[in-house]
Ligand binder design. Structure first.
Ligand code: SIN
Length: 278
């Protein structure tokens, strides 16, 4: 197995492994270490059954069920969230920087997206940004200030981007989380606000919350030191850590199809505030 970093700080491609086969302990340990170090792992040329996709996901924890599936009346294979963009679609999932479903009380830890069909015009890349570095690059006084704040993550705010409005009696998650959380496995601090889900900071006027959040979102979008760009090829799986990174799907392929299936893996606990002393 070979691990090739995409940039010095985020992303790596892993070759020499067939995820359709059961993983040896040695391979699993190398993947787990690479995941903690690189946060985004790319596995090209994998022919994966749904069962193998689930089995690999379970190495990282329990499979999480997307809220849209939890409350649906009929669901076949509820573990899979489909990314099924058709040629006449006018947009795609995840075009705004985000980590997956942070509006939940216990948002998912890892995501494993298996793309089988890539747009024939060569588009449909995914961008990732390192949220440890986004925090580490802030001044100590800003880190300390943000470390005392809580933010509200509103699922309905994200749904509205897709033209979806909840009807009376319908439910979609919304929860407050600390702005700076501790990574549940590595103990590193993470800047934990994202443009898709985080609507406002608690206990301050909205104009102050907008100043701070828009400044942070602008920095996440525009700081290339934080970024890597993943170009998909057919039958490729990308694994990312929703604490360590945010991502953005690039919709530059109108008129073409893109198809994939994503599994998310539950966090061990709700996001906890980072304390420099811990
Ligand atoms: C997502 O999980 O937001 C989708 C990412 C992608 O389609 O590349």
């Amino acid at each position: 197995m070979k691990i090739t970093p995409i940039t010095p700080t985020i992303g790596a491609e892993i070759t020499g492994i067939d995820l359709e086969q059961p993983l040896s302990d040695h391979s699993w340990q190398a993947i787990a270490r690479a995941f903690a170090d690189h946060h985004v792992l790319v596995f090209r040329d994998q022919v994966l059954s749904r069962e193998s996709h689930k089995a690999f996901a379970r190495r990282f924890g329990e499979i999480h069920i997307h809220p849209s599936k939890k409350h649906a009346k009929t669901t076949q294979d509820p573990e899979f969230f489909l990314i099924d963009i058709k040629p006449d679609d006018k947009g795609s999932n995840g075009e705004v920087w985000h980590a997956d479903i942070t509006c939940e009380q216990q948002p998912p830890y890892a995501s494993l997206l298996y793309i089988t069909e890539v747009p024939k015009n060569g588009g449909g890349d995914t961008l990732f940004a390192n949220m440890h570095d986004a925090f580490d690059e802030l001044s100590p006084s800003m880190q300390a200030y943000l470390g005392g704040q809580q933010a509200f993550h509103d699922g309905e705010q994200d749904l509205r981007r897709y033209g979806i409005r909840l009807k009376p009696g319908q439910y979609y998650p919304a929860h407050a989380h600390p702005v700076v959380v501790v990574h549940p496995f590595t103990g590193r601090p993470v800047l934990y606000v994202n443009e898709a889900f985080t609507s406002h900071l608690l206990e301050m006027p909205l104009f102050e919350s907008n100043l701070i959040l828009n400044g942070l979102y602008d920095r996440i979008r525009s700081n290339p030191r934080l970024h890597c760009r993943v170009q998909w090829t057919p039958n490729m799986l990308t694994l990312w850590d929703n604490y360590s990174v945010q991502h953005q799907a690039v919709f530059d392929y109108q008129g073409y199809r893109r198809y994939g299936e994503r599994i998310t893996v539950s966090s061990p606990a709700t996001p906890k505030a980072y304390s420099a002393a811990s």
